[in-house]
Design a protein around this ligand. Structure first.
Ligand SMILES: Cc1cc2nc3c(=O)[nH]c(=O)nc-3n(C[C@H](O)[C@H](O)[C@H](O)COP(=O)(O)OP(=O)(O)OC[C@H]3O[C@@H](n4cnc5c(N)ncnc54)[C@H](O)[C@@H]3O)c2cc1C
Length: 459
């Protein structure tokens, strides 16, 4: 069986690798000159610069299994112990995110009444129906308005660059909803899971790790692109770069033809589109306009990555993972990762590298700011909080228009409708971060799901 995979980001490459194991013949068509999509690492002037993801959580077995299969598990580096502390900005100052219930009650992050409201969470009635709601509505029900603004809003910014009042809690954070359903309360769930872990003596996922509950943050010795380079080497001869798919066509009711810009069309028994939603919408819209508008209706947020290098002596102690900034602080920066604290060898000796994020669903215009304005914004909004008192010695800026898909309320219904339409297009599969998880891990897990479906299909 020959399978064409359009899109050579981590989703497309992991799909090809999973299909290879299942004995399929694959061909990956990637528009860019290099595979990897959002995953790209550059080494510039001794700084290790991540274009997109900085890392992945090690809780997902699919990623671990893929690394084992690629024999790169020994290349994985876990975030440093110093990165265990995370901060949230309040009133322009950094407050540590409490890592234990005791620390929570002495923390000044929330007002006394806000803390009490969170503490009363186990007394709130659980919602057990399957209705969709925003992260903010969910949070208001369980932990109160103040905690939504101070804790949930920056969490949503940190992962989705999203709007807490629009994202669906069930689609964006399915695990949280599942915990409410199973345990009736998030606090009870955390206590039970903590006890369970202690009983089984699990060394990981203790909730105190830098990534929060459920895993340690990891990367690779030479950055995230190591995974891409290894996958690409494994799939050598089966990846065509500079191959932009411009149309897809059904052949004889069962085969698929992919028209490629400036090249011969590619024919296959199965076709997997591992593309951002707008690109998928264009291709499937020509076959079925309703399917095209369903996929094309998935919104995206713009985001800008601003990497700055400074002399170590010109910053305070960057002891931690970084800081997230709630919207109510009135800043355009969403937060900052203290990259050279988190992973080794990210900056030359005597220098530090920080990675600020600007933009997001509520500030789409940030991608249009020029480099000078972006750097000035980061220094103005975050400089004082990290004790920055010297010049920038290195700068790298990456703009991601339509960078991160937004799973807004209604996303689950949209996916169900997409699946119904796909049912009438046998042999066609969609995967990628637009649907069931935006993380690197999610992409690999979903790649396995789609490979199973392709492998098991009989159309
Ligand atoms: C700034 C940023 C930071 C992030 N940080 C993290 C993080 O720390 N941890 C984490 O887990 N996740 C993070 N993510 C999310 C994660 O990186 C992405 O969700 C994931 O890499 C997406 O992979 P993908 O293969 O689904 O899509 P993409 O990487 O977008 O790949 C799609 C590919 O399709 C190609 N393509 C498009 N149109 C065509 C066409 N017509 N024909 C052929 N090819 C085409 C593109 O060139 C691209 O290579 C981050 C994302 C961004 C933007």
């Amino acid at each position: 069986m020959r399978v064409a995979i359009v899109g050579g980001g981590i989703s497309g490459l992991a799909t090809a690798a999973a299909l290879e194991v299942r004995g399929a013949e694959t061909i990956v068509l990637e528009a860019d000159a290099h595979p990897g999509g959002k995953v790209r690492t550059e080494r510039v002037d001794g700084y290790l610069c991540e274009y997109g993801p900085n890392g992945f959580l090690d809780r997902e077995p699919a990623t671990r299994a893929l690394c084992d299969r690629l024999k790169i598990s020994d290349r994985i580096v876990a975030a440093s112990a110093a990165a265990r502390s995370r901060f949230i900005m309040k009133g322009g100052k950094l407050h540590a995110v409490p890592a234990s219930p005791g620390a929570f009650f002495t923390s000044r992050l929330l007002s006394p009444s806000g803390r009490l409201r969170v503490a009363s969470e186990p007394l709130r009635r659980a919602r057990r129906d399957h209705g969709d709601e925003t992260v903010a509505d969910f949070g208001r029900r369980r932990i109160g308005e103040e905690a939504v603004e101070v804790l949930l809003d920056p969490m949503v910014s940190g992962i989705f660059a999203g709007d807490v009042h629009r994202l669906s809690v069930g689609s964006a954070f399915p695990r949280i909803v599942e915990l409410e359903r199973r345990y009736g309360s998030l606090v009870r769930a955390m206590v039970s899971l903590g006890l369970e872990r202690r009983r089984t003596d699990s060394p990981r996922g203790d909730g105190g790790g830098p990534a929060g509950p459920g895993g340690e943050l990891c990367s690779f010795v030479s950055g995230m692109q190591e995974a891409i380079d290894t996958l690409a080497a494994r799939l050598e001869g089966r990846i065509r770069t500079g191959a932009r798919a411009v149309a897809i066509e059904r052949r004889d009711g069962s085969r698929w033809l992919v028209h490629v810009d400036g090249a011969q069309p590619v024919e296959a028994d199965r076709l997997v589109l591992a593309l951002p939603a707008p690109a998928t919408a264009k291709l499937v819209g020509a076959l079925d306009p309703s399917l095209g508008s369903l996929v094309g209706g998935i919104p995206y947020a713009n985001i800008v990555v601003v990497l700055l290098g400074v002399e170590r002596r010109h910053v305070g102690k960057l002891d931690g993972f970084g800081v997230l900034i709630p919207r109510r602080e009135g800043k355009r920066c969403l937060g900052m990762i203290w990259t050279s604290t988190v992973f080794p060898n990210r900056a030359p000796e005597g220098k530090v590298l920080v990675d600020a994020r600007i933009g997001g669903a509520l500030d789409p215009g940030a991608v249009d700011l020029d480099d000078e304005a972006l750097e000035a914004l980061v220094r103005r909004e975050l400089g004082a909080s990290i004790g920055l008192d010297g010049p920038t010695v290195f700068r790298r800026i990456y703009r991601h228009p339509s960078g991160i898909p937004q799973y807004v309320v209604g996303h689950r219904d949209r996916l169900a409708q997409i699946d119904r339409f796909l049912h009438h297009l046998p042999g066609l599969y969609l995967t990628g971060n637009a649907y069931r998880g935006v993380g690197f891990n999610d992409c690999i897990r979903e790649a396995n799901v789609v490979a199973d479906a392709v492998g098991g299909s009989t159309c």
